[in-house]
Design a protein around this ligand. Sequence first.
Ligand code: NAP
Length: 366
Amino acid sequence: MEVRATAEGTAAYRDRFSFSKEHFHQQQNLWLSSIGLGTYLGQPNEITDITYQMAINKAVELGCNIFDTAINYRSQRSERVIGNTLQQLFQQGKLQREQVVIATKGGFIPFDPKSAPDPHSYRKKEFIDTGIITDSDIIADCHCMTPHYIENQLNKSLQNLGLKTIDIYYLHNPETQLEEISLEEFYKRIREVFRLLEKKVDEGKISFYGTATWYGYRRPSNSKDFLDLTTLVKIAEEIAGKNHHFRFIQLPYNLAMPEAFTIANQTVGGQKLCVLDAAKEYGITIIASASILQSRLAHNLPKDVQAHFPGLQTDAQRSIQFVRSTPGVTTALVGMSQKAHSEENLRVANIAPLKPDSFLQLFEKT
Ligand SMILES: NC(=O)c1ccc[n+]([C@@H]2O[C@H](COP(=O)([O-])OP(=O)(O)OC[C@H]3O[C@@H](n4cnc5c(N)ncnc54)[C@H](OP(=O)(O)O)[C@@H]3O)[C@@H](O)[C@H]2O)c1
């Protein structure tokens, strides 16, 4: 039995549907749906777990095979609800492990009310008292990126998700570190943790790794928290050669935050490129987050923007269509803890993405 997403498994999932071919993209030898389900938002309580479970089941039924979480989301409940829901689907024979891509992240210090009464006591009990981290490893009172800590977090995520292998393991907002350390120290830490992650690939605990970010790839290149893709790729190559596994980056991208497409802040071979084009040059897959700006783009889009998305009924659908029509974006992640939102959003899978000309015209207007 497979323990990870595979080329054959994801192709078999794709073949269940009669969507336009453009709904699934082949990247890293996997077929990924152009809409993925995210699990950041929502209360850390039982009722939200139940609604997430229904939303995930519906999304699997309607053509979504990429699920995104992080250990700190909803005090680890988001990882557990993805794990439990998918395990049930595997047991019921409705989905196979190899058909679905599961991504999580480590870096932010999480909490678990089952283990300690408050986040501070949890941190002390789980990480400081055990020697996994020291106070000086913590940045901005919330973030840590040492290999020892990331190894601990990866193991915990595997346990929360009930998996042998995580398909994509992201360092979560690594640019947070740049608030307090020098660029030189930052890339030294990246090197150490990329070395660990390559080892975890060899051990079969992850298939790929990457960086999930908020500011890093959207900033001008002279900003303090800018992430330089060329340097990151060079580090991965120095550790593992051309066949390294630093293959995914995640960044916010939507109608109101188009920087990944509009700002040429990366330099590849002496040429200034936007991060979408730079990633393509390096064979790295782009996953967009916050596709509907945490629901603010689900209502009140201007009429001329609405008119640009034929065949779609709601502003959430139009906003998702914008993201999945962007050249270089593989998957638009949308947070969905409501079954009705999975139904509404996955309807977009039935409509072909905008053609490049039409997409660019829209840009000229905004
Ligand atoms: N730095 C990072 O690594 C980072 C940052 C942000 C996001 N992410 C990832 O990307 C995912 C997506 O981003 P996000 O969740 O922050 O924001 P988002 O996808 O832009 O928005 C999610 C919000 O929109 C609501 N929604 C979904 N479909 C809707 C619809 N059809 N009509 C009205 N409202 C709708 C959701 O409600 P319900 O929950 O009620 O369905 C939720 O409140 C996250 O869940 C997370 O997995 C990663």
